[in-house]
Design a protein around this ligand. Sequence first.
Ligand SMILES: Cc1cc2nc3c(=O)[nH]c(=O)nc-3n(C[C@H](O)[C@H](O)[C@H](O)COP(=O)(O)O)c2cc1C
Length: 230
Amino acid sequence: MTETGPVREAVPHKMTLPEQILSPRISIYEGKLSATDIHIVWQIPNKEIEREDDDMSETMKTIRTRRSIRKFQDKMPERELIDRVIEAGTYAATGRGKQSPIIVAVLNKEVRDKLSRMNARIMGAAEGTDPFYGAPVVLIVLADKKMPTHVYDGSLVMGNLMLAAKDAGLGSCWIHRAKEEFESEEGKAILKSLGIEGDYEGIGHCVIGYMDGDEPEAAPRKDDYVYYVE
Ligand SMILES: Cc1cc2nc3c(=O)[nH]c(=O)nc-3n(C[C@H](O)[C@H](O)[C@H](O)COP(=O)(O)O)c2cc1C
């Protein structure tokens, strides 16, 4: 399945590197890529190590290629896929292992649409705007305010959900304003109607579904992302 095309050079990670590793270069083919067409070349003085994309772990590939998706198909993903994504969320690290977050998985269209309207209102968006971009599933992450690490805990759950969605062949996007949503009387009433009691802060909505259209490319990583101390 190798497609060929003109080779172009890019520098994906211009960062401060350990001195024995100089100028990382990535050679990619324009247009469609196949996994075997990507070569990452790490230049080391007097030695050049060429790493095939095939050598990259599936985890690393998922991390590098996950993108925020902002256009979804109506189609409801299979329940097995949704559950797999949710399970990944529950395995996130949490402060003191206290598992302060909870995930409210909204698959019901009526509730999903209500949350969308609430979110749009908080955003100050025009009537009819869907901040969930048409995604059929909304995974709301909330976290117990009793834990001082609750925002970090919930954010890590969000990260796991997004990566697991990518791994499951689904698109995802973090949609904000969950804090304001669940501070409102309407939001609190939704939680109460679900039998969720306690002092929870809304961390984010991870919307998931089958993406409609092409996956965007990652923005280049900024130059001063990493500082090594050796
Ligand atoms: C805390 C946080 C809040 C975000 N809120 C929104 C949002 O409300 N709507 C949206 O479209 N994207 C939102 N995003 C997605 C970011 O815009 C996106 O991650 C960023 O543009 C980088 O793109 P990438 O995820 O494809 O790498 C949010 C991301 C984070 C981490």
